[in-house]
Structure formats: structure tokens, C-alpha cells
Design a protein around this ligand. Structure first.
Ligand code: NIG
Ligand code: MN
Ligand code: MN
Length: 325
């Protein structure tokens, strides 16, 4: 895999203890080619998607290629409350070489399928939101025919832009992944099930709302995606996950208010807050159907005091520990 680099453990630093009190002492760096040798009943694997080609093609601000490294730096310093038998790996990073985003997406999909086959729960650190096309397809490849997958996207944006240009050319980017997935589903007769949480009217044009309607996309607008409405939100989530076999969750950091997440290409002053995301994640995880999670769009060039990188690291920490709290 020419665009793959393994993680070296010196990226993980922090306070030291003799009892694995911190995640940097818990994480084992293993090349992805060796995952079959380290399988266990309960393993999490971190995988980087170092690509901002999709953001560039979508006329956004480059920098998300450095997202995975920054999340790792902050994650390692956080306390470890995992049981000894739960294993946590870092299986390296997929880099986008010479703008070939499609190759990187395919490598991501292959890697996710491989991790799932060896009973690892993949947590992908991004990277532009084009990573969703790779994450979803890795899960799709893994699950059996006839089993259904639902996508839950925490985002200000639908990312349902049509990848067909007026001149007939196809251009995939960070704004097209769920459109591409929907097209593939139509072509191969797979159900397209997509729930977006935190959609903003001032971040999506009319065509995007029309596309969402045509594709029967479910969504909760930002105005309603508030912790005060947690009962209603949980009911929506349960109604969505109830009829599906597997869930893929993708968190676009630009959906958070820029008060929490300034370090993204497209910041959202009117975005959502972390409390409602944690509450929703808890409900999704309680379904027992969550198979893959990714965190997209961290752009360290625009971060303030590492706030966004720390938010991403805390989200990973929350998911790792959710069932042990
Ligand atoms: N992944 C991001 N997609 C957004 C970006 C919006 C923006 O740059 O303002 C989109 O295409 O809608
Ligand atoms: Mn977004
Ligand atoms: Mn997005």
C-alpha cells in the first residue's frame, strides 16, 4: 500500500505511570498488515485518513491532512479507564498522494473491512469528509448481502452535492460522499438510509434540501438539535436504528459551534453543542449496532489553543469508554 504509513509510538506522550493511567500507555502501535495477529474479542483500532484533497476540490481551506496527527497528540494525554482486556491499537495512517483521493478512499474501505474481519472496532481520524465514502464502503464490503446499514451524520451540511458537473465530468469531493453512496445504492439495489443531525438552513442550498427529500433523507435541523429536546432526539434516533442491522456514525467537526470547533475549513458560529452529541452517541451505542465511527474535518491551521483537536480527542475518549461508564 504505497499511501500507508505506520504510527510510531513516540507521537503518543503524556504523564507517565506504572499502571497505564493514561491512554498513551495503553495504545499499541501495530502496522495494519499485522492486525490478524493481535485480534481479541474487544479491540478498538485508530486509523488516520490524512487527506484534504476533497476539501481543496470543494473550494475549502486545506489543512485537514494534518488532522489525524493532532488528534493523536491530544488523545494520548487523556486518562485511561479501560479494562485491561480491552485493547486499543493505532494501525497507522492512509495518506493522499498526488491528489489521488479516490485511491485513498479505496485504501480506507479495504482497511476498514480488514479491521472488521478481525473483530476490531475502527475509529477513523480525519481528514476531509470525503472519508465517509471510504468508511461506509468498508462496512458495506464487510456486511453480508441483504443486511442493512444506516448512516448517522452529525453535521451542519448534508454533503449531498451532485458529483456530476455541467460539463459531464465527475468530481468527487468533501461535499459529495453521501450523494455518491446514494448513487451506488441505487445502482446495486441497496437501501440508502441516512440521518443527519444538526442541519443548518444557512449552510445548505435549496438543491441540497431537494436532494435530501428525493433520497428520503431524515434530518433534524440545528434549531431542534438541542439538549432540551433530548427525549425527542433519542426517539428519532431509535426509530432510525430500530429497523437497521448496522450503523455507521460520522462526526463532522464543522457541525459544532465554532465556539467549540474553530479548527475546521467551514466554521459554524451557529453550530450545535457537545452535550447533545454525547447524549445522541450514548443512544446510538445503546442500540448495539454501531460498527464504525469516524471524525472528519479537523483543520489544525485554524484551531485556537488546540480546542478542536481536544474536542475530537474527547469524542474518541467518550466512545472508547461509553460502555464502561
Ligand atoms: N464537507 C464539507 N462540505 C460543505 C462545505 C461547505 C463550505 O465550504 O462552506 C459543503 O460542501 O456544503
Ligand atoms: Mn460540514
Ligand atoms: Mn460534512
Amino acid at each position: 500500500m504505497s499511501n500507508y504509513s505506520e504510527t510510531f509510538s513516540n507521537i503518543y506522550t503524556g504523564r507517565t505511570s506504572s499502571q497505564q493511567l493514561y491512554l498513551h500507555e495503553k495504545i499499541s502501535c501495530v502496522p495494519i498488515s499485522k492486525v490478524s495477529t493481535v485480534a481479541s474479542e474487544k479491540s478498538f483500532s485508530l486509523l488516520g485518513y490524512a487527506c484534504d484533497e476533497g476539501v481543496k476540490r470543494n473550494l475549502g481551506r486545506p489543512g485537514a491532512a494534518n488532522g489525524p496527527e493532532e488528534i493523536r497528540k491530544h488523545l494520548g494525554k487523556l486518562p485511561n479507564h479501560l479494562p485491561t482486556e480491552t485493547l486499543l491499537y493505532d494501525v497507522g495512517t492512509l495518506q493522499c498522494l498526488e491528489g489521488d483521493m479516490e485511491v485513498t478512499q479505496r485504501a480506507l474501505s479495504d482497511s476498514i473491512c480488514q479491521l472488521l474481519q478481525h473483530k476490531h472496532f475502527p475509529i477513523v481520524l480525519g481528514g476531509g469528509h470525503d472519508m465517509a465514502y471510504g468508511s461506509y464502503n468498508g462496512l458495506k464490503k464487510y456486511v453480508g448481502k441483504g443486511e442493512t446499514i444506516g448512516i448517522i451524520n452529525f453535521d451542519a451540511h448534508f454533503d449531498l452535492r451532485n458529483n456530476r458537473q455541467d460539463n459531464g465530468h465527475t468530481v468527487n469531493n468533501s461535499g459529495t460522499p453521501f450523494y455518491q453512496i446514494a448513487q451506488d445504492c441505487q445502482a446495486d439495489g441497496t437501501l440508502f438510509k441516512y440521518l443527519c443531525l444538526g442541519i443548518r438552513q444557512d449552510a445548505n442550498d435549496r438543491v441540497l434540501f431537494e436532494t435530501a427529500k428525493e433520497l428520503d433523507v431524515k434530518y433534524i435541523m440545528r434549531d431542534t438539535f438541542r439538549i432540551q429536546f433530548h427525549n425527542e432526539i433519542n426517539a428519532w434516533i431509535n426509530a432510525f436504528t430500530g429497523n437497521l442491522d448496522h450503523i455507521y456514525v460520522t462526526i463532522d467537526l464543522d457541525g459544532f459551534s465554532s465556539a467549540y470547533a474553530p479548527g475546521v475549513s467551514a466554521p459554524s458560529p451557529m453550530g450545535f453543542t457537545p452535550d447533545v452529541v454525547l447524549e445522541s452517541l450514548k443512544t446510538i451505542m445503546a442500540s448495539g449496532k454501531l460498527r464504525v465511527l469516524d471524525i472528519a474535518e479537523l483543520n489544525p491551521d485554524f484551531d485556537r489553543d488546540d480546542q478542536t483537536a481536544k474536542l475530537a480527542a474527547s469524542l474518541v475518549h467518550y466512545v472508547l469508554h461509553a460502555e464502561f461508564n
